[in-house]
Design a protein around this ligand. Structure first.
Ligand code: DQA
Length: 145
């Protein structure tokens, strides 16, 4: 058995209503339900979304004292701005996969740089909601060695 934490950053609570041409029409709740229903066997999931950077950092810190084996994170705009989220993920020493629903490399130049990618186990961009599933599978494979 393993437990993974699925984190979503700012504005991702608006999935389904926010720029549907870019992010699709699936809501965050639908995404989380779908991931729970189709998680790799033996894997349980916990979800957290915040629009507040400090709250996200505090949630990541708690992983240090919890039996969390892997993190999937869509950091949203913090990808491109936040050394603090990077430092929090470095501190907890749990493997994480960075997910972007859209292909950030095909968008504005400011989305091309990530403060997280070089310390991530993997980076998935442009696969839509399926990216989260790919991320969980990647972590599961890694944990099984
Ligand atoms: C995003 C891409 C980011 O550039 C953007 O700020 C988001 C969502 C994505 O999932 O494609 O909020 O991380």
């Amino acid at each position: 058995m393993s437990k993974m934490l699925v984190l979503n950053g700012p504005n991702l609570n608006l999935l389904g209503r926010r720029e549907p041409g870019v992010y699709g029409t699936t809501t965050l709740q639908e995404l989380e339900n779908n991931l729970s229903a189709n998680a790799p066997s033996g894997v349980t999931l916990e979800f957290f979304q915040s629009n507040h950077e400090g709250q996200m950092i505090d949630r990541i810190h708690r992983v240090m004292d919890e039996p969390i084996d892997g993190i999937v994170i869509n950091p949203g705009a913090w990808t491109h701005t936040s050394v603090a989220i990077r430092d929090a993920l470095s501190a907890v020493v749990v493997p994480f996969v960075e997910v972007h629903i859209s292909n950030v490399h095909a968008r504005e130049a400011f989305r091309h740089h990530s403060y997280l990618s070089d310390i991530a186990l993997a980076v998935i961009a442009g696969c839509g909601m399926q990216g989260y599933t790919f991320a969980l599978e990647t972590l599961d494979q890694r944990l099984k060695g």
